[in-house]
Design a protein around this ligand. Structure first.
Ligand SMILES: [Zn+2]
Ligand SMILES: [Zn+2]
Length: 201
């Protein structure tokens, strides 16, 4: 069984997730820590619980989800796992950083491509991590509490996104918790009933 610990980082208020098992191993998903004190908060949060990070993952590579990749790599020696279709976004992230006046040092270590997972349509290779036994999904920026991800950014596609929410999120059990890239945790059942952007049928 996996448990989830979350942090909210950067001026963009991005959610960073740490998934850990009973053996004390953890995955760091979308480390959005931007400021030195946020990086320290992530490190302390992991250290004080005695967890040892074994994997670094990105649901997708928009700027706000990759700020801390290099820090995680430098601190724990982890290689980045992502979908191949996100490589281009990752490569361009520093340029977007300049544009948004959030310059940062990009991750330049090895890339490990994930072959499986859903492609929600928020960006070309954005994926979600579903843990059936734990009853939760780390959904990236596809589905939010009462909202959905932007599709006006490079590589986004509205119809693909809505279709993936209907076919890949709304087919999960209603009590499945959805940990989104931004905002509070929600559930599949709540969003089915209340999300104004996605009709059930
Ligand atoms: Zn995004
Ligand atoms: Zn985001």
């Amino acid at each position: 069984m996996l448990s989830v610990k979350s942090f909210t980082f950067s001026p963009v208020q991005e959610n960073t997730y740490v998934l850990y098992n009973e053996q004390g191993q953890c995955c760091i998903i979308d480390p959005g820590c931007y400021f030195p004190e946020e990086r320290e908060e992530l490190k302390t949060g992991i250290d004080k619980t005695g967890l040892s990070p074994v994997m670094l993952l990105n649901t997708h590579c928009h700027l706000d989800h990759v700020f801390g990749n290099k820090f995680v790599h430098d601190t724990w020696g982890l290689s980045l796992h992502l979908h191949e279709n996100e490589k281009q976004l990752l490569d361009h992230a520093p340029q977007y950083g300049e544009m948004w006046q959030l310059p940062f040092d990009n991750y330049e270590g090895p890339l490990v491509y994930l072959k499986e997972g859903n492609i929600p349509g928020h960006s070309p290779g954005s994926i979600a991590f579903y843990h059936e036994a734990g009853g939760f999904i780390i959904g990236g920026d596809a589905l939010f509490n009462m909202s959905i991800g932007r599709t006006d950014l490079p590589g986004g596609d509205f119809d693909t996104l809505v279709n993936s929410i209907q076919t890949q999120f709304f087919t999960l059990p209603d009590d499945t918790k959805v940990y989104s890239g931004h905002g509070p945790v929600t559930t599949v059942g709540f969003e089915k009933m209340n999300n104004p952007f996605v009709k059930l049928y």
